[in-house]
Design a protein around this ligand. Structure first.
Ligand SMILES: [Zn+2]
Length: 328
C-alpha cells in the first residue's frame, strides 16, 4: 500500500469539496462515544486462530510474485478456503510491473452462499513486497515478510470465514484475496509511473469473477499492529460513506473508539480505489494510517514480522467485521 501525496492532491481537493457534510457527521459520532458504558456482547472471533493463519503464511517466506513461496501460499489459501466449505475459484493473470518484469498473479476467491443475491465482498491482499524501500540502505533490496502488510488482513478474513461456515441465515460473502498489490514502483525512483500498485485489484475490477454482483465491499490492509489508528480514508468516504459510518458505529458499540477514529486520516491509494472507480462497487478500506505518523513503523521494512503482530488488534477488527456482517 502506498500514499501518493502529489498525485492525489488535486483529486483529494475535489473529493473534499464533495464531502463538506462529513465534518458535521464526525461531530455527531464523537458525541455518541460517551453515551453508554455497558459491556457490549462480543461476536465470536478467535485472534489466536487469526494469528496462527498469519504465521502459516509467513512460514512460506515472503510471498513475492514469481517465487516458490508465492506459489505455495496460493495453494495453501485455496485449500484453507475449501476447508471452510466455500466455493473456491482463482483468477490467474499476468501483469507487467513498473520495471518491465512480467509477474504471475492469482486472485483467490471463496464464496459463502453463492446462490444469494444479497452479497458483500471482503478483500485483502495476500502478496508481500519485493523490496524494503522504507528501511535502511543495507536492507533496501530485501523482500518484506509482510506479517502485517498482507498476511494480517488475510488471517482475519480466514478466521471470519471459519466462524461463518456454520451460520445458516447469513448473507452471501465473497472472500477475495488480491494479488500483486505491493509490487509498486519503489519510493527511491524519481520518474513516477502511474498505476503500478494494486495490479490484482485492477485486473479483478476489469474482469469480474461474479455472476451475482456484490453490493458493497470492505478491504482490510495492515490490521495487525499494536495501537492502530483506523481513521476515515478520504477515498472510502467519498465512494462509500454510509458503509464507513456503519462500520465505525459498530466499532464504537464494541468500545473500540480509541482505535476506530471518525476523523479523516488521509487519502490512501489501495486496492479499494480501483474497485470503486473501475468496478463501481462501493468499497471502504480499514487501514492503519494517519497523516501525522503515516503507516505503522514496520511498514516496508525487515521488521514486518509475526512478533510485531498484536492479537488485540486482530480481535478488534474481527469482532467489528462480524458484527457488521450479522446486521446485513
Ligand atoms: Zn505494502
Amino acid at each position: 500500500m502506498f500514499m501518493k501525496r502529489a498525485l492525489f492532491f488535486s483529486f483529494v481537493a475535489f473529493l473534499l469539496m464533495l464531502s463538506c457534510s462529513s465534518a458535521k457527521k464526525e461531530t455527531e459520532s464523537q458525541s455518541v462515544q460517551t453515551s453508554t458504558h455497558k459491556e457490549p456482547v462480543r461476536p465470536p472471533f478467535s485472534s489466536d486462530s487469526a494469528f496462527f493463519f498469519i504465521k502459516q503464511q509467513c512460514e512460506f517466506g515472503p510471498r513475492v510474485p514469481n517465487t516458490p513461496a508465492h506459489e505455495n501460499c496460493a495453494e495453501y489459501l485455496v485449500e484453507k478456503l475449501k476447508s471452510f466449505g466455500l466455493s473456491v475459484s482463482t483468477q490467474k493473470f499476468t501483469a507487467t510491473a513498473y520495471n518491465q518484469t512480467v509477474l504471475n498473479g492469482v486472485n483467490i476467491i471463496g464464496r459463502l452462499h453463492p446462490e444469494m443475491d444479497n452479497r458483500i465482498i471482503l478483500f485483502s491482499h495476500w502478496d508481500s513486497r519485493h523490496v524494503c524501500d522504507n528501511d535502511s540502505h543495507e536492507n533496501i533490496n530485501k523482500p518484506v515478510m509482510g506479517a502485517n502488510d498482507g498476511a494480517s488482513g488475510v488471517g482475519v478474513l480466514l478466521e471470519v470465514a471459519r466462524q461463518f461456515q456454520l451460520e445458516r441465515d447469513s448473507i452471501g460473502i465473497d472472500f477475495v484475496f488480491l494479488d500483486l498489490e505491493d509490487y509498486g514502483q519503489p519510493s527511491f525512483e524519481t520518474d513516477e509511473k502511474k498505476d503500478t500498485w494494486c495490479l490484482g485489484a485492477q485486473y479483478l475490477a476489469r474482469n469480474p469473477y461474479y455472476d451475482r454482483r456484490p453490493q458493497k465491499g470492505i478491504l482490510l490492509d495492515m490490521v495487525g499492529a499494536a495501537s492502530p489508528y483506523f481513521g476515515f480514508d478520504q477515498i472510502s468516504l467519498n465512494f462509500a460513506e454510509p458503509l464507513l459510518q456503519e462500520v465505525w458505529s459498530a466499532a464504537h458499540a464494541l468500545d473500540y473508539n480509541s482505535s476506530f477514529v471518525p476523523n479523516v486520516s488521509g487519502a490512501v491509494l489501495d486496492d479499494h480505489y480501483y474497485i470503486n472507480t473501475i468496478a463501481g462497487i462501493p468499497t471502504i478500506d480499514i487501514i492503519d494510517y494517519n497523516q501525522n505518523r503515516g503507516f505503522p513503523s514496520t511498514w516496508h521494512t525487515v521488521n514486518d514480522t509475526p512478533e510485531h503482530i498484536d492479537k488485540k488488534t486482530l480481535q478488534m477488527v474481527g469482532e467489528v467485521l462480524i458484527s457488521v456482517l450479522r446486521k446485513k
